[in-house]
Design a protein around this ligand. Structure first.
Ligand code: NAP
Length: 339
């Protein structure tokens, strides 16, 4: 395992975080506990969840595991959760209001069996709540000791800049979690630069594009069986029809497959190793249904891609920004040298 400080803070975390969105959903509690054992035995310290995962089950499963561990092992875990979306049946019980976040954080702490969370992230922007109100809640949560650090998720560039300037000097806002992988690189245009400029560590979610970058989905075959899209081809941003309609998907998968074959490693490891090379990335939020998948993915830390391999992957996955504002013309306008 490798370690890094998260954002502009002294918090040391493992360069792989264990994402737990599958816990209590496609991953039963026993397997989830084995994943936590395997991850921590490999040196992993950063465990990431959200109140909304499996309606709170993910947090409960982590809480049960923590309760069974001796204090020394428990204390090594850097625990992150998120709040914003409705967990119960009341759809209006959501957002980044002081009231909702306070109740959501209390409920997360109860399910996790802790009086404190290391990193509490707002799961997405809320257009109804003034940002001052949400940031004021995070400041108070840090002061009261309920959380050590705060983070963002799914914010756009201007939202990141606004949040960071509101938090500056008041409380440690240290990270941002966007979807980021070889199939979703548009975040490099505005979101990643905003994080780097404001000192937020980037925590990529869905680093394998929901499983696509393992090579398990085929152009000539709709997914079936016990895979994410086999169980629900229309699921989320990784829906089969959406991604398979993009030529870039197949071009990128062919490049990942070529690098993997040449090295004799899995496609997952190549895709994750590429993310490790990207500027601003602090820790990658891994996802796995099984212990074997997790073990495969953890091995990515040992894969150091060469410049030629990175160039091949970069070219195949390039989302192709129009010349202005994010392409060549815009870059030219924003460039300046001293000579
Ligand atoms: N902030 C947010 O809004 C947000 C959103 C989504 C996720 N997240 C976080 O990010 C974490 C990771 O997201 P993700 O689960 O979408 O990540 P991902 O790595 O893109 O996809 C994980 C899925 O791919 C398949 N897989 C993973 N490794 C594999 C391997 N080595 N071989 C074959 N199949 C493999 C498994 O699905 P199947 O076996 O079922 O095909 C697994 O559940 C989540 O747990 C969560 O903590 C955050």
């Amino acid at each position: 395992m490798k370690y890094t400080t998260l954002g502009r803070s002294g918090a040391v975390v493992s360069a792989h975080a264990l994402g737990t969105m599958t816990f209590g959903a496609e991953t039963p509690p026993g397997t989830a506990h084995r994943q936590l054992d395997v991850f921590t035995e490999a040196g992993g310290t950063f465990v990431e969840t959200a109140d909304v995962y499996a309606g709170g089950e993910s947090e409960r499963i982590i809480g049960d595991w923590l309760a069974k561990k001796p204090a020394g092992q428990r204390d090594r875990v850097f625990l992150a959760s998120k709040g914003r979306f409705p967990v119960g049946v009341e759809p209006r019980d959501s957002g980044l209001s002081r009231r909702h976040l306070s109740r959501a954080l209390d409920a997360s702490l109860r399910r996790l069996g802790r009086d404190h969370i290391d990193l509490y992230q707002v799961h997405a922007w809320d257009p109804l709540t003034p940002l001052e109100e949400s940031m004021g809640f995070l400041e108070d949560a840090v002061r009261s000791g309920r959380i050590s650090y705060a983070g963002l998720s799914n914010f756009t560039g201007w939202q990141i800049a606004l949040a960071a300037s509101t938090a500056k000097g008041r409380f440690p806002l240290i990270s941002m979690q966007p979807q980021y992988n070889l199939l979703v690189r548009e975040v490099e245009w505005e979101i990643v630069p905003a994080c780097r400029a404001t000192g937020l560590g980037v925590l990529p979610w869905s680093p394998l594009g929901g499983g696509w970058l393992t090579g398990k989905y085929r152009r000539d075959e709709r997914p079936t069986g016990a895979t994410r899209l086999g169980e629900d081809p229309n699921r989320g941003v990784e829906a089969y029809d959406l991604r398979s309609a993009e030529e870039r998907t197949w071009r990128t998968l062919a490049a990942v497959e070529a690098v993997a074959a040449q090295r004799g490693v899995s496609m997952s490891r190549v895709a994750l190793a590429w993310l490790h090379t990207r500027p601003g990335v602090a820790s990658i939020v891994l996802g796995a249904r099984t212990v074997e998948q997790l073990q495969d993915n953890l091995g990515a830390i040992e894969v150091a891609l060469g410049d030629d391999e990175i160039a091949l992957l970069d070219a195949a996955s390039d989302p192709g920004a129009a010349p202005y504002p994010y392409g060549a013309a815009g870059l030219e306008q924003r460039s300046r040298t001293v000579d």
